[in-house]
Design a protein around this ligand. Structure first.
Ligand code: FEO
Ligand code: CA
Ligand code: CA
Length: 642
C-alpha cells in the first residue's frame, strides 16, 4: 500500500485510496446508459402506488399533521456556500469551540501540545482526534457527552517518526490512545459551554480498553485467541464512526474500518496469501494494512500470529456513560461489518429495532429486531443480542423486504452469520447499496432515512469487461434505490414499514433526494432530483439526525474543491430537510478540508453539538495545526434549536 498522508482525509476517503476508483470515466457513456432524469424522478418523493398497494395507511393522520407542522418552516435564513477555513452559521446564530483534539480531560494532561506530538504518557488523558458520532446524556444533574474518535493522523501525532510510520511500540500505543471514545462532562456557564476537567465521569476508551463479547457468537472458536481462549474478552474498540443511543440511556459506538489496523509479518497464513482468505478478502484485511503498522509492534494485530483477532472487531459496542468503571460490551447479535451508526427505535409492541448500514461500496443495509421487549426501568439484557438480524432487499416497484439471516436462509450456523455477516447477506441476495452511512428515524412518522453517500464504481466495468462487484462478488449494476452509474453525488433513501411497525419485514420506499448538480448538469442523471437547486448544492450525504421537531439534518463528507462536477457546492456542510415537502436548505458550512460529522442536542434543546473532522488551514485556532473539534451552535436569543 502506498503510504498515505491522512491530513484532511476522511477515513472513508482513505478506504477509497486503498481501493482506487476506475481510472477513466467516460462521461457520455454514463449519461447515455444511466436511466433518464425523468426516470429518477418517478421514484423520488413518490411513495405513491407502492404504498397504496400495500394498503398500509403508512402515515396516520396524526403523524401527517405532526409532519405538516414540522414542515411548515425552517427557523433560520439559509446561508450560501463558503470555500474558506472557517465555520459559518445563519444570522442570529453563534458558534463556539467546545473541545479540540489534544485538549486535556484531566489536569495531569495539562500542557499536552499537539504541535509537538504530545507525550505518550498523556495521550489517553486528552480529547482524541477526528471526532465523529456523539450523543448526550443527562444523569443526576450532570450533562455528559460520549463521542467517537474515528482515526488518528500518523504524521501529526508522530512528528518524530519518518513519514508518520511508528518506530516503536510507544508510537503505536500513542496512536491507539488517541482513538476510540471520549466520555466527558460538560456544563454551560456565562461564557458558554465548557468541558468539566477532572469530572469523575470523564473517561477515555481506546484500542486497548477491556471489553466483553456477548451474544450468540460470544465464546465461539472464531472469536478465540491465544490471549483469550474464552472468546469473550476483547481489547479495544476500533475506528469508531457513527453512534446510537439506547432507550435505556447507554451509548452505542460503531466500529467501521477496523480492517485497516491489521497486517501481517508473514505473507501467508495456513499456506494461503492473507488476501486470499475469504473472510479477510471480504472484510479487506491485507498483509500490508493501512500504514498504522500496529502489527509490527503489537502482535495482537499481526494476523499471521492472531488470525482471529480481526473477528473481535467490526461490532456495535455499548457503553454506559454514567459509570466510568463499566466494561464496554460488544454485541455480536448486531452482526459484524463496517458499521456506520446504529439507530435504535422501539417497535409498537416494545421490541427493540436497530437499523444499521455497512459503509462500503456495494455492501448492505441491516436491521435487528429483538425477541424481548423493552419496558422502561426493566431488564435490558439480551435486547441487543437475542433476536433476528435482517438484510434489506429492495424491489423496483417501490416495495422491499427485510430478509432474515438464519441458518435456513443462509446455510450458515448462527455464529458464522454474525461473525461473517456480509457473506450471509450475500447468500440471501441483499441489495447492493451505494455505501450506506447514517440511518435516522423520523420521530413524527413511521419512516427511516439512510444516506447513501456515493459509489464511484456503481454500474461500471473492470478493464476485462466484467461488471464491477463488491468485495464479495455481488454485481453492482444500477438498481432501483441506487439508480445512477458512477455515482459521485449520492442519494438518500427512505422507507416506511408496513403497518407503521418498524418490526415488520415489509416496507415501501422512495428516494428523498437524488443529490446532483443542476447548475453544472442541466439534465441527465447528474442533475439530481427536483429538490436540488442552485441554493442548496452539496454532495455525499453522510451524517444524519432528526431533531425533535421532525426536521432531518444532513451532514456531508464529500468533494469540497468547488470545481467541475462539484462547482458551486463549496465546503462540506450541514443542511436541514423537510420530510414532507422534500425541501432542503443549507444551515452551516465547515472549514475547507473538513467533513461535518456528529450531531446531538443539549437536554434543553437550546444547543446543538456539531463535529468538525479533519479541518484544513489552521482551524479553529488560526495558527498551528488544524484540529478536529466539536462546536456548540446556539441561537443568539437563546431559543430552541431543534
Ligand atoms: Fe466513518 Fe462511513 O463514515
Ligand atoms: Ca460517516
Ligand atoms: Ca463518508
Amino acid at each position: 500500500m502506498k503510504d498515505i498522508d491522512t491530513t484532511n482525509m476522511s477515513a472513508d476517503e482513505w478506504d477509497e485510496r486503498n481501493f482506487p476508483r476506475p481510472e477513466v470515466q467516460d462521461f457520455d457513456r454514463v449519461v447515455e446508459k444511466a436511466i433518464s432524469r425523468r426516470g429518477f424522478l418517478t421514484s423520488v418523493l413518490a411513495f405513491g402506488s407502492a404504498a397504496a398497494v400495500m394498503g398500509t395507511g403508512l402515515m396516520t393522520s396524526t403523524s401527517a399533521q405532526a409532519q405538516a407542522a414540522a414542515g411548515a418552516r425552517f427557523p433560520f435564513k439559509p446561508i450560501g456556500i463558503q470555500t474558506d477555513f472557517a465555520v459559518h452559521v445563519p444570522e442570529g446564530y453563534e458558534w463556539k469551540v467546545l473541545a479540540r483534539w489534544g485538549d486535556p480531560l484531566f489536569s495531569d494532561a495539562d500542557g499536552y501540545d499537539v504541535t509537538e506530538g504530545g507525550p505518550v504518557e498523556m495521550s489517553d488523558r486528552v480529547f482524541g482526534e477526528n471526532t465523529d458520532g456523539m450523543e448526550t446524556f443527562s444523569f443526576q444533574g450532570h450533562e455528559l457527552i460520549a463521542i467517537n474518535h474515528e482515526y488518528a493522523n500518523r504524521r501529526t501525532n508522530l512528528p518524530a517518526a519518518q513519514d508518520g510510520t511508528p518506530a516503536n511500540a510507544g508510537d503505536v500505543l500513542k496512536l491507539q490512545n488517541l482513538q476510540g471514545v471520549t466520555v466527558m462532562e460538560v456544563r454551560e456557564g456565562a461564557d458558554g459551554w465548557e468541558v468539566v476537567k477532572d469530572s469523575p465521569f470523564n473517561r477515555r476508551i481506546h484500542h486497548n480498553t477491556p471489553m466483553a463479547l456477548v451474544g450468540p457468537a460470544a465464546g465461539h472458536d472464531l472469536l478465540k485467541t491465544e490471549a483469550d481462549p474464552t472468546g469473550t474478552a476483547a481489547l479495544g474498540t476500533l475506528n469508531n464512526c457513527g453512534s446510537g443511543k439506547t432507550p435505556w440511556g447507554t451509548y452505542l459506538t460503531c466500529e467501521e474500518n477496523f480492517n485497516g489496523y491489521f497486517g501481517s509479518t508473514e505473507a501467508s497464513v495456513d499456506q494461503k496469501p492473507i488476501e486470499m482468505s475469504p473472510s479477510f478478502q471480504r472484510y479487506g484485511i491485507s498483509a500490508a494494512g493501512w500504514g498504522y503498522d500496529y502489527h509490527k509492534w503489537d502482535a495482537r494485530f499481526d494476523v499471521s500470529k492472531n488470525p482471529h483477532e480481526p473477528n473481535r472487531h467490526g461490532w456495535v459496542v455499548e457503553i454506559d456513560p454514567t459509570n466510568p468503571n463499566s466494561t464496554p460490551i460488544k454485541h455480536t447479535g448486531l452482526g459484524r461489518f463496517k458499521h456506520e451508526n446504529a439507530e435504535v427505535v422501539v417497535a409498537n409492541d416494545g421490541r427493540v429495532v436497530v437499523y444499521m448500514g455497512d459503509d462500503e461500496r456495494g455492501e448492505f443495509m441491516y436491521k435487528f429486531v429483538s425477541n424481548g421487549v423493552f419496558t422502561p426501568g426493566g431488564a435490558t439484557d439480551g435486547l441487543l443480542d437475542d433476536g433476528t438480524l435482517y438484510a434489506a432487499r429492495f424491489s423496483e416497484d417501490g416495495t422491499g423486504e427485510w430478509v432474515a439471516l438464519t441458518e435456513e436462509t443462509t446455510g450458515m450456523p448462527l455464529a458464522e452469520i454474525l461473525v461473517f455477516t456480509r457473506m450471509a447477506a450475500s447468500k440471501v441476495g441483499a441489495t447492493t447499496m451505494d455505501r450506506p452511512e447514517w440511518i435516522s428515524v423520523n420521530p413524527n412518522a413511521a419512516e427511516a432515512y439512510c444516506c447513501l453517500t456515493n459509489n464511484s464504481r456503481r454500474g461500471t466495468m473492470n478493464d476485462d469487461g466484467t461488471p464491477r462487484t463488491n468485495a464479495g462478488g455481488d454485481v453492482m449494476a444500477v438498481n432501483a434505490p441506487n439508480p445512477r452509474e458512477t455515482n459521485r453525488y449520492g442519494q438518500i433513501v427512505r422507507w416506511r414499514p408496513e403497518n407503521a411497525d418498524h418490526a415488520s419485514d415489509r416496507f415501501a420506499w422512495d428516494l428523498y433526494v437524488m443529490v446532483g448538480n443542476p447548475a453544472v448538469h442541466a439534465d441527465g442523471p447528474y442533475a439530481g432530483s427536483k429538490n436540488m437547486n442552485a441554493g442548496n448544492l452539496f454532495n455525499s450525504p453522510d451524517g444524519m439526525a432528526f431533531d425533535s421537531t421532525g426536521l432531518v439534518w444532513i451532514q456531508t463528507d464529500g468533494d469540497d474543491d468547488n470545481e467541475g462536477d462539484f462547482a458551486g457546492m463549496g465546503n462540506n456542510q450541514m443542511l436541514a430537510g423537510d420530510p414532507v415537502t422534500g425541501e432542503i436548505v443549507r444551515f452551516m458550512t465547515g472549514p475547507n478540508g473538513s467533513e461535518v460529522t456528529g450531531l446531538t442536542w443539549s437536554a434543553d434543546r437550546r444547543t446543538m453539538f456539531v463535529g468538525i473532522q479533519h479541518p484544513g488551514g489552521s482551524w479553529p485556532d488560526g495558527a498551528g495545526l488544524p484540529r478536529s473539534s466539536i462546536i456548540t451552535v446556539k441561537r443568539s436569543d437563546g431559543a430552541l434549536v431543534g
